[in-house]
Design a protein around this ligand. Structure first.
Ligand SMILES: *[C@@H]1O[C@H](CO)[C@@H](O)[C@H](O)[C@H]1NC(C)=O
Ligand SMILES: *[C@@H]1O[C@H](CO)[C@@H](O)[C@H](O)[C@H]1NC(C)=O
Ligand SMILES: *[C@@H]1O[C@H](CO)[C@@H](O)[C@H](O)[C@H]1NC(C)=O
Ligand SMILES: *[C@@H]1O[C@H](CO)[C@@H](O)[C@H](O)[C@H]1NC(C)=O
Length: 452
């Protein structure tokens, strides 16, 4: 059971405690507010903290700024007082989502049952965790020459964290690329993309010369759902849950923001030590079994790891190090050039505009992120990718956008992967081209010799 405690707060509003099994969000709205001056900012910050509102953009009241967009979910019972408070501060707002319950619907009711066949798997639907577990099994059974299944560790609620290794036999030395999805539970498009990515690689590794080239040199590791406990919780109980599900303070609050729990300037910026917060950084660095599992594995493969990709939503960004500082890392120019190229390839598919930049400069400062921890481990190309959309459906991206989102993201991600491949191994396609020139040259010489 989940308990929401609404703080009466300084606004003098009295909201009763709510006890519910499954949160249905009936009548909840998502508002967009753009504060125009400092007083607006203060008023909004005050309202968000005192009412503990679920801020979506930015994630905490401290990061609200003049003339930057704010997205916030208002529970139906707080709508009236919130709107009055905004009127009082002369803040104007726009209703982005009129009734969240309508937008969310009942995904469980809509879904088609998973069948025992990979060819029936519908990549254009969101899948509950049990389907994803079966999908992992089917994928490794039916493509055992290319895909193997491994266990990274166990979640807090002791579920296995399966990841896939996509690897072709090779005699030469290889490098590795890591991709994880779903570190934040409610960002459903992320796990959908990880599955799409694996499908695309498996289906095209023989006919697509670029994928063929990459797999010659590189092993791909894919963790389809990092925060499995949280993901399941979004299906069973609370669609907009973000964190993991570990228990704190004798069960008075749950979950850690796993992307604030890594040991890199831990809990100093854009995080909270209060376990009720969506940005709770945990009791200590790497306190959570999920982050421990990732850290242990990254330590094991770090000498071969050349690129790290962590997939999120929403906002349409490709972000580079650092989150914990506005300073830029040494190789920033190169990482940003690659990201821009990826964004432009991505845009070519469906016209979707992505912005690129460093996490702290483009979004907000945040310490304890996996992207920064891995970057400081020595991995030069470490990216956070925030998928669609940029503010209409937020975390509730409709299923009809799964395919276009995955298609364009694939184009972007492959651009990054090809770049790092060519950087570490040279562009072997052009080597072939080189030998062709030599061949042409030799045959020309030979022809000349024969003719004289
Ligand atoms: C948790 O419960 C124990 C035993 O009942 C108590 O001693 C402790 O103070 C509690 N801790 C918190 C944070 O409430
Ligand atoms: C954590 O935050 C909640 C909600 O803002 C507040 O009621 C509580 O007192 C805070 N706990 C601590 C230990 O600061
Ligand atoms: C990065 O690029 C900018 C603009 O092209 C240049 O001014 C700057 O010196 C470069 N920085 C590094 C570290 O190469
Ligand atoms: C979405 O992206 C477009 C283009 O980048 C931008 O103009 C627009 O303001 C964005 N919408 C929101 C709600 O942020």
């Amino acid at each position: 059971m989940y308990l929401i405690l609404w703080n009466a707060g300084v606004l003098g509003i009295l909201i009763p405690q709510v006890l519910a099994m499954k949160i249905n969000y009936d009548g909840d709205q998502v508002l967009q507010i753009i504060p125009q001056h400092k007083d607006h900012v203060v008023c909004l910050q005050h309202m968000c903290s005192s009412l503990q509102l679920d801020l979506w953009k930015p994630l905490q009241p401290e990061d609200i700024n003049v003339r930057s967009v704010v997205h916030v979910r208002i529970p139906s019972m707080a709508l009236q007082p919130v709107k009055e408070a905004m009127l009082h501060c002369s803040l104007s707002f726009k209703v982005l989502v009129d009734n969240l319950a309508h937008l969310i619907g009942d995904p469980e009711a809509k879904r088609s049952r998973m069948r025992r066949s990979l060819s029936d798997y519908d990549y254009t639907k969101y899948h509950p965790m049990e389907d994803i577990y079966s999908w992992i099994n089917l994928m490794t059974e039916q493509h055992s020459d290319l895909v193997t299944q491994h266990n990274l560790g166990l979640t807090y609620e002791t579920r296995p964290m399966h990841y896939l290794k996509i690897s072709k036999p090779s005699s030469g030395p290889k490098k590795s690329i890591w991709m994880d999805c779903g570190i934040h539970a409610r960002e459903w498009i992320a796990p959908a993309f990880c599955q799409w990515f694996v499908k695309e690689i498996v289906q095209n590794h023989e006919k697509d010369s670029r994928i063929k080239k990459i797999l010659k040199n590189i092993d791909l590791y894919v963790l389809p759902v990092l925060n499995i406990d949280g993901y399941i919780y979004t299906w069973t109980t609370e669609r907009l849950w973000r964190k993991s599900r570990s228990k704190h303070e004798n069960g008075t609050c749950y979950g850690v923001d796993l992307n604030r729990n890594f040991n890199v300037k831990w809990c100093s910026l854009g995080s909270s030590t209060n376990c009720t917060s969506n940005l709770y950084c945990g009791e200590s660095p790497v306190s959570e079994p999920e982050t421990k599992a990732v850290v242990n594995f990254m330590e094991t493969i770090k000498s071969e790891l050349i690129c790290f990709l962590t997939i999120h939503s929403y906002s349409q960004y490709i972000l580079t190090a650092y989150g914990y500082s506005k300073d830029l890392p040494k190789n920033f120019n190169e990482t940003i050039t690659v990201a821009s190229k990826a964004a432009s390839e991505l845009k070519k598919k469906h016209g979707t505009v992505y912005r690129v930049g460093s996490f702290a400069n483009l979004l907000y400062e945040a310490s304890g992120t996996s992207q920064d921890w891995v970057h400081d481990l020595g991995v030069q190309f470490s990216y956070t990718i925030e998928l669609r959309d940029n503010g209409t459906y937020h975390f509730i991206l409709p299923e009809d956008q799964i395919q276009p989102t995955c298609e364009e993201t694939m184009a972007g991600v492959l651009t990054i992967i090809e770049y790092v491949n060519d950087k570490y191994f040279g562009n072997q396609a052009s080597t072939k081209c080189g030998s062709l020139h030599i061949y042409t040259f030799l045959s020309a010489v030979l022809t000349t010799v024969l003719l004289t």
